[in-house]
Design a protein around this ligand. Sequence first.
Ligand code: FCB
Length: 469
Amino acid sequence: MTFTFPPDFLWGTATASYQVEGAVHEDGRTPSIWDTFCERSGTIADGSSGAVACDQYHRYREDIELMQELGVGAYRLSISWSRIIPEYRGPVNDKGVQHYRRVLQALRDAHIRPVVTLYHWDLPQYLQDRGGWAVRETAEEFERYADVLARELGELVDTWTTLNEPWCSAYLGYGSGVHAPGIQDYGQALAAAHHLNLAHGLAVQAIRRRLGDEAKVSVTLNLQVCRAASASPADMRAKEQSDLFANEIWLGPMFDGRYDPRLLQSTEGISDWAFVHHGDMETIRQPLDSLGINYYSTMYVRQREHDLVTASARPAGPYSSPMPAQEGVEVLPPEGQLTAMGWNQEPEGLRDLLVEMSKRYPGLQLMVTENGSAWDDTVENGGSPFGGEIVHDPHRVTYLEEHIKAVAEAIDEGAPVSGYFAWSLLDNFEWSLGYGKRFGILRVNYDNQERIWKDSGLRFREIVRGNAI
Ligand code: FCB
């Protein structure tokens, strides 16, 4: 059976500045927390960094040509804050601005709509030196940064996304410490969560002040599909508890204008939430044109019977639930065929999530801003329809097809999904896991920066061009 997507459905690919750009010392850019974090030994699995990455800073024209070949109508990219404002409260760096103007213009010339993320985790180091997301000032600086971008790039951007996955910034950056800046302090993680929420609200206001209500503004959340291991009240409570920290801490303030009181109750002893100031809730809750959802896998939880693991001793795998306040919640080991990340594959989770969000927030446009899978690819000599090497990646092809079908099912069930972005256009720097995990639908040969077609890229091209699966 063929499902045809709506005629204006937006197909795209996604990347993030620190993961693909490289050129970290060029044109006035100063270090971000990821440059600093990568220098610390033991932080990145293969000891690498984003210093060169895919060199997209210099190769964006070639990458845009590949996007044209794919036939996509959109590119989701992020902007490096420290390229735009390299010094604390310093002047705007014209070279940084001009670089992104060239990229955005080239996309426009290729009829590819730029979906621009303001913050995909690369906080300027000078702000971390003053406390980073754990302090309120960072949210205020973000407002100025958003204002600068709206002023300098306004007419070239199609859709603005304030934040990418604040969950990761807060919990992995300040809680488990597996991401930059590598802090392990759950009190700071909660403060970071609130200041990220606040930064989002301030940025939406700043963009709309500059560009008016026609500006399309969104946020991207990695909403987690937490499933209870059984229907027992104890396991259902564990699920509820996980939902609170994974999802409600963002959805609540951004869309409902409140923090669930149970969040406050379950963090007694960790935080008094004094960082929430009078008026913050009104600032954070801003009308949005769409909600971006990043989806990879599901998570099963149950009630832990004997919660003997102390907060500090608790293992904090990058994608388990790192909040120590989740007393008694146990994340079960994933089942079935796992991707190279060790994540399970459950396309129904994406369908369920989209349908659930469409019911919870009727009228809100939804976009799948990331979806994809990592596998250990091998390159074969010859066989690419474009000449040269090819990667046969049947697992990634299946993952892609199954998840696009899940999106189709959600649309069929009435969810207003307006776009799908494959993560990622290219293999890239996968944060603490370095270059070992490849998510690209195109391969990158890091020795010579060659882009190599994979079967998944060819399959995506077919789906995109046919607007159907
Ligand atoms: C998401 C990130 C993205 C990428 C994928 C695999 O959490 O937003 O940068 O690392 O995971």
